[in-house]
Design a protein around this ligand. Structure first.
Ligand code: ADP
Ligand code: MG
Length: 654
């Protein structure tokens, strides 16, 4: 097998791999289909980039977010590696062009957004491309039971059939065992017998099971102390904590407005703080982030837009000023504390209002059918789509203007669109790009003269002529991406040079427009005829409700170890109590007399000797005994192997 360390050093300058990276890379290089679960910022990209570089040929990367895809391609190109991308907003001609260039260059990475996986087109070009690996980023989007289900991801299975024997690496930050299983099924990995068991075993060993491997980092964070407080005044509690515990901190809030408010309140206490959210200009965001990383700012108050890919080891405390909407996010965000291994804190602040909102979240995220129909109708009217047409068309869609004109609730609109998307009626992606266009206006002689005086612009001219036929005669859609590949320059440099040519009157350059697009996947029909597969919709809804319920439980729970609750949520029942979360500490503080202990011990054994009971049923049987005390003895008996608790929480005699 190729030695992968020199690749890591040569292209990234890193000396060592992060946890699991090497195992995942080796699994892929051995030709195994692999599912890798790593937290956001854990370094998933490297897991497919290194093996692709270690082998002949190129890696096909399926990635859902265009903005992230562009970042990735840009970063790879900076390392001098050839990479291309195909996404919505590109014309068919451009796609064909990109496929051709990718096949005829030493391209190592071809990024494709899933809705562009047009079977016919790929069938034609794939055989000539020497694909060495298929990487599926954000692989949980393929699961129909996950909240983030994206129907175009289902096309990946068909793609696989075109590329038999090529290993698939599926990457995701968060997936419950059920979603993991579904990912494996949808990718048509060999069937398994019993979901939970196989996956749990795989989690522990990382060994090959039925021809594919699953890798998962341990959920154990032995230096991170989780706690949750119900707080009347969250700001007072935040100040109290920050004054008590010194060191770098992140405070997560739900709204952009609140980040600023809290930051200002902290200033009044002379606590060094700044705020951060996605609505700020890029340079402000970079500056704020940098100052915080360098510890010039102590506290960053932010929305969940902050933190992706940031690797600051010395964060001592992460406070959630609002309850996030799922344990996946909570675990990731809280997990940014204590990367350096020092004792650190994750504090979740909540009030009844937060929990109440969580209870209502399901209804909000899954609007009733009449509301979905209403939004469909309004969208069709807004875009003036004649009935019986529209399929395959894409429209500029200014959602804010739409909401205002039709006086609709923004949540209803957003989540109805999501439902329509998941049902295959339309696609409303994030920002989609209307490509740039170029037309030559100088004649050939003029151009020759110009190139002599401006040799620095020679390469951009040559690249344009090389990549785009007919560019002399008519306006042609171009992609700065393709040009950056040919010119080995950054997009900014390419754009600047195109602007210069425009200023010199050599070309007409119309830079690309970022505007949200709505694609219609089927012709417009009457709203009352619009059907949704209610079985699937309701099933997703139920899963979502359960997800909220588990988070509410986690927040309110006063006895169970928080690390264990998190790990078992992700399917790992093997963790022992962390001993440092608020609940563990409460347990430790609990003093039992010998008589009390004997009494509880006796009653527990008596209750379960005739058959297993759920922990809940067992506690109900122990009338008159404080729950905390009962738990303490249960833990003790478990540690002594007198009783055992299985992954479903059933307690039985050992
Ligand atoms: P993910 O996709 O898991 O969220 P990324 O692949 O975007 O994470 O990587 C996050 C950051 O971690 C990147 O800046 C990357 O360069 C860095 N990184 C990845 N692997 C390593 C490593 N072995 N050593 C140091 N930094 C790494
Ligand atoms: Mg990633």
């Amino acid at each position: 097998m190729a030695d992968i360390h020199p690749i890591l050093k040569q292209y990234w300058g890193f000396d060592s791999f992060r946890p699991l990276q090497q195992e995942i890379i080796e699994s892929v290089l051995n030709g195994n289909d692999t599912l890798a679960l790593m937290p956001t910022g854990g370094g998933k990209s490297l897991c497919y980039q290194v093996p692709a570089l270690a082998k002949e040929g190129m890696c096909l990367v399926i990635s859902p977010l265009i903005a992230l895809m562009k970042d990735q391609v840009e970063n790879i190109r900076k390392k001098g590696i050839t990479a291309f991308a195909i996404f919505s907003g590109m014309s068919r001609k451009e796609i064909v062009n990109t496929l051709k260039i990718a096949g005829n260059s030493n391209c190592k990475f071809l990024y494709v957004s899933p809705e562009r996986l047009e079977t016919a087109l790929f069938k034609e070009y794939l055989p000539g491309m020497n694909i060495n690996l298929i990487a599926v980023d954000e692989a949980h989007c393929i699961s129909q039971w996950g909240y983030d289900f994206r129907p175009p991801y289902l096309r990946i299975a068909a793609l696989r059939e075109e590329l038999p024997g090529i290993p698939v690496l599926a990457l995701t930050a968060s997936a419950t065992p059920e979603v993991q299983q579904d990912v494996c099924d949808k990718l048509q990995w060999p069937p398994q017998t019993s979901t939970g068991e196989v996956l749990t075993n795989a989690l522990k060993s990382g060994q090959s099971l039925f021809g594919f491997n699953i890798f998962h980092q341990s959920f154990e964070r032995p230096n991170l102390s989780y706690s949750a407080f119900e707080a009347d005044s969250k700001i007072n509690k935040i100040i109290e904590i920050l004054l008590k515990v010194p060191g770098s901190a992140i405070i997560y809030c739900k709204s952009r407005k609140r980040t600023k408010e809290i930051s200002e309140l902290l200033h009044l206490q002379n606590i060094s703080a700044d705020y951060y959210h996605a609505g700020l200009a890029q340079e402000d965001r970079n500056r704020k982030q940098e100052e915080w990383i360098l510890n010039k700012t102590r506290v960053i108050v932010c929305t969940n837009a902050f933190g992706m890919g940031i690797d600051k080891p010395d964060v001592l405390i992460v406070i959630h000023a609002d309850v996030p909407d799922c344990l996946e996010n909570y675990y990731q965000e809280a997990g940014r504390a204590g990367r350096d291994g020092k004792k650190s804190y994750a504090v979740l602040l909540y009030d009844e209002k937060d929990l109440h909102e969580l209870e209502n979240l399901t209804a909000q995220r899954f609007p009733p059918l009449p509301e979905i129909r209403n939004v469909y109708q309004a969208v069709s009217n807004y875009l003036q789509i004649p009935s019986g047409s529209g399929q395959g068309e894409s429209y500029d869609f200014d959602i804010a203007d739409f909401i205002k004109k039709f006086k609709l609730n923004s949540h209803t609109v957003l989540f109805s669109l999501k439902a329509l998307e998941q049902e295959g009626w339309l696609a409303f992606n994030e920002q989609v790009f209307i490509p740039s266009a170029v037309q030559f206006i100088a004649g050939k002689t003029e151009l020759n003269e110009f190139e002599k005086i401006h040799p620095e612009l020679d390469i951009v001219i040559k690249s344009l002529l090389r990549a785009y036929e007919g560019i002399f005669d008519q306006e042609v859609s171009i992609s700065e991406w393709v040009l950056t590949g040919l010119m080995k320059k950054s997009t900014d440099e390419v754009k600047e040079q195109l602007k210069q040519l425009h200023r010199y009157g050599i070309i007409l350059y119309r830079p690309q427009k970022d505007s949200p697009q709505l694609f219609l996947l089927r012709d417009r029909i009457k709203a009352e005829d619009l059907m949704i597969n209610m079985t699937e919709f309701n099933r997703r809804k139920e899963k979502f409700r359960l997800r909220c319920k588990k988070l509410i439980y986690f927040t309110r729970e006063k006895t169970e170890c928080r690390s264990r609750m998190i790990a078992s949520y992700f399917g790992d029942a093997s963790l022992s109590r962390c001993g440092i979360c608020d609940n563990c500490l409460r347990q430790k503080a609990l003093v039992l007399s010998k008589e009390e202990f004997e009494n509880i011990n006796h009653r527990i054994i008596n209750s379960v000797k005739d058959g297993p009971l759920s922990a809940h049923e067992l506690l109900l049987k122990l009338t008159g005994i404080k729950k905390e005390k009962a738990w303490k003895v249960i833990e003790f008996l478990q540690a002594e192997n007198k009783i055992k608790m299985d992954k479903d929480g059933l307690v039985s005699v050992q």
